[in-house]
Design a protein around this ligand. Structure first.
Ligand code: FPP
Length: 258
């Protein structure tokens, strides 16, 4: 139309909208929906797990791009040992494969690797690969990628209580001295800050025994997307959503604003 200047349309990605001063330090993810994704595509469950590795790669890269310091992925729960043996074996094989294929790239991207959970229960070859990879990446200083393997929060808490009880029994600490801070030192997440944001995919609204202690004040983000469909843009969308919340920690809105 005459007189009206044509405006150039540029698409702004969610990543560009993020406030770089409000990036969560620690994001935890319950990667759910691999089985349903596979069924939807007429394939066996393991196909969904294989495809899920691509989403793992995407969120690790995305975390590095925006400066997230810790990323914890719920890769295998204590309860997952109860799945059919073929699926458990396939998942263990996939883990070994992923560690072998990704170590070099993780190293290039300055990523450190950590693990939480009852590692003793893992097959020896998985343990060996894991520890080798952790060792190879230990001097990196960018993102710390933490895999929750054979992990359950109740196991972790009971484990902590047992160790505390022994120390009280042996007179090393007094029962009255036990507080939040001390308790956190007995968890497998010792030294890792609590997550500010927890993402769960696949439209399920539950926590499934994940980081129960650590998520006391975490913001939750649930999405209908199945894990293999969860891409970088979805991850940035979750962070953007988090950035637009008011975190009150039990205080009033007025107190937070002032
Ligand atoms: C949950 O989906 C997913 C898992 C139990 C395993 C997650 C594993 C991966 C993404 C691959 C390997 C991971 C790494 C870190 C290399 P589900 O099987 O419960 O799906 P469903 O609810 O649709 O059945």
């Amino acid at each position: 139309m005459p007189g009206i200047r044509k405006q150039k349309l540029t698409t702004v990605s969610v990543k560009d909208k993020l406030d770089r001063n409000k990036i969560p330090n620690h994001i935890a993810i319950i990667m759910d929906g691999n089985g349903r994704w596979a069924a939807k595509h007429g394939n066996a469950r393991i196909f969904g797990h294989e495809k899920g590795v691509e989403s793992v790669r995407a969120v690790v890269e995305a975390s590095g791009e925006i400066g997230v310091k810790f990323l914890t992925l719920y890769a295998f729960s204590t309860e997952n040992w109860g799945r059919p043996p073929e699926e458990v074996n396939a998942l263990m094989g996939l883990l070994i494969q992923a560690i072998e294929n990704e170590t070099e790239k993780l190293n290039k991207n300055n990523v450190r690797l950590g693990v939480i959970g009852n590692i003793e229960q893992l097959p020896i070859d998985v343990k060996n690969k894991l520890f080798k990879c952790i060792n190879n990446l230990k001097s990196n200083s960018g993102l710390t990628l933490i895999l929750a393997l054979s992990y359950s929060s109740k196991w972790e808490i009971i484990n902590a209580v047992k160790k505390l009880a022994v120390n009280v029994q042996e007179g090393k600490i007094l029962a009255e001295e036990i507080n939040d801070e001390m308790f956190e030192d007995y968890l497998t997440t010792k030294g890792i800050p609590n997550p500010e944001l927890l993402i769960r995919t696949s439209g399920e609204y539950r926590i499934s025994n994940f980081l129960l202690w650590q998520i006391a004040y975490t913001e939750f983000y649930f999405t209908e997307k199945l894990w293999p469909d969860f891409k970088k843009e979805d991850f940035f969308e979750a962070v953007y959503n988090y950035q637009n919340r008011e975190r009150r920690f039990g205080k009033t809105s007025e107190q937070i604003v002032s």
